[in-house]
Design a protein around this ligand. Structure first.
Ligand code: NAD
Ligand code: UD1
Length: 339
């Protein structure tokens, strides 16, 4: 069975590609390498010992998508391709709406033309805005405070409308990711941010190698046990495994619309992360308390019960593994895929 993986050269896409190939699926990858490197694809091939077609094209390139569906019998699509930097989305919102929203609409149009009904979409816990309760169940109120978050919410609604329009045809799952961190245990693939990282883990990892001087802890006056922000960090291997479970579930259901949180259900603070990283890496991690980052919430962690019950998905990796594997990747690849 052939799965189209959009954005398959990216952080989550590469880890999922490895697991799909290892599970015996065939894959086709489309990526324009806006935020990734061809070397990531080479490493997926090296880890799995398998070859697969790679199409270097924009998700908005309808003729490229048409050609893929004509040449391959695509059974399902896992749609990772998108832009994901919250700050940048305020500067260039149209690029975010073009790629994330229009790109998904165009993809669904081509899928429909080729009678391909099965889609797994990368959504985000960002759609819960400032959560009204923790742990957060899927039924929580949604909202967005920036163009990135709005693009995810818009796509969620567009996909719900699309499925409602042909309920016996479309088979769609939205996965709301919490905070993916970690890397493949081999250290061959991992997160490779361009420029200075926005997210906590890659930032801390680069402080540990001495590439960055110190971590800025964005606020220590939140209503949390140590005053710093609490998040639900999930190993990228567990997150990727959730996509295979979602795919199996869609194959069993035939048609429908489903939403699942992918998180561990456990909240961890910024200071806990720094301390754990220091312990595991054996490196000093200097930090200073900085002002709160606009748009940040105090606490965000999942209620993952639905994915556990319905998908039979459970996390396998703990915080130690997440940090150990992040460090392993960072040490082996101090300059990411350019190393
Ligand atoms: P990533 O940037 O590493 O991967 C996205 C991939 O899409 C990259 O390889 C990029 O080159 C590609 N891409 C971007 N624009 C494209 C376009 N116009 N056409 C074709 N390819 C394009 O990001 P990731 O962390 O792997 O995230 C994957 C998905 O999951 C994204 O949709 C993201 O919004 C979502 N998500 C990520 C996180 C996270 O923390 N990483 C959290 C929640 C949701
Ligand atoms: C951020 C995005 C969110 C996105 C998610 C995954 C914002 C406001 N939110 O979430 O939309 O879905 O990434 O890509 O950007 N922190 C520091 N110092 C740093 C970096 C982070 O103290 O240098 C703190 C943050 O304040 C937060 C925690 O670490 O409390 C995690 O931050 P981050 O990794 O950026 O993830 P989120 O803020 O959860």
């Amino acid at each position: 069975m052939t799965i189209l993986v959009t954005g398959g050269a990216g952080y989550i896409g590469t880890h999922t590609a490895v697991q799909l190939l290892e599970a015996g699926y065939d894959i086709v990858v489309i990526d324009n390498f806006h935020n990734s490197h061809i070397e990531a694809i080479e490493r997926v091939k090296r880890i799995t010992g398998k070859e697969f077609p790679l199409i270097k094209a924009d998700i908005n390139d309808q003729s490229a998508l048409e050609a893929i569906f004509q040449q391959h019998k695509i059974k399902a699509v896992i749609h990772f391709a998108g832009l994901k930097a919250v700050g940048e989305s305020n500067q260039i919102p149209l690029a975010y709406y073009r790629t994330n929203v229009a790109g998904t609409v165009g993809l669904c149009e081509v899928m429909e033309r080729h009678n391909c009904n099965t889609l797994v979409f990368s959504s985000s816990a960002t759609v819960y805005g400032n959560p009204e309760q923790v742990p957060i169940p899927e039924s929580s109120k949604t909202s967005a405070t920036n163009p990135y978050g709005r693009s995810k919410l818009m796509v969620e609604e567009i996909l719900a409308d699309t499925q409602r329009s042909r309920p016996d045809f479309w088979n769609i799952t939205l996965l709301r990711y919490f905070n993916p961190i970690g890397a493949h245990p081999s250290g061959q693939i991992g997160e490779d941010p361009n420029d200075i990282p926005n997210n906590l883990l890659p930032y801390v990892a680069q402080v540990a190698t001495g590439k960055l001087r110190q971590v800025n802890v964005f606020g220590n006056d939140y209503n949390t046990p140590d005053g710093t922000g609490v998040r639900d960090y999930i190993h990228v291997m567990d997150l990727s495994a959730g996509h295979l479970k979602a795919l199996e579930h869609l194959q069993n259901t035939g048609s429908g619309f489903h939403i699942f949180n992918l998180g561990t259900g456990r909240g961890v603070s910024v200071l806990e992360i720094i301390e754990k990283f220091r312990e595991i890496s054996g490196q000093p991690i200097p930090y200073k308390i900085a002002p709160r980052r606009p748009g940040d919430v105090a606490t965000c962690y999942a209620d993952p019960t639905k994915a556990q019950k319905v998908l039979g998905w459970n996390t396998q990796y703990g915080l130690e593994d997440m940090i150990k594997h992040t460090w392993n990747w960072q040490k082996q690849n101090p300059n990411g895929y350019r190393s």
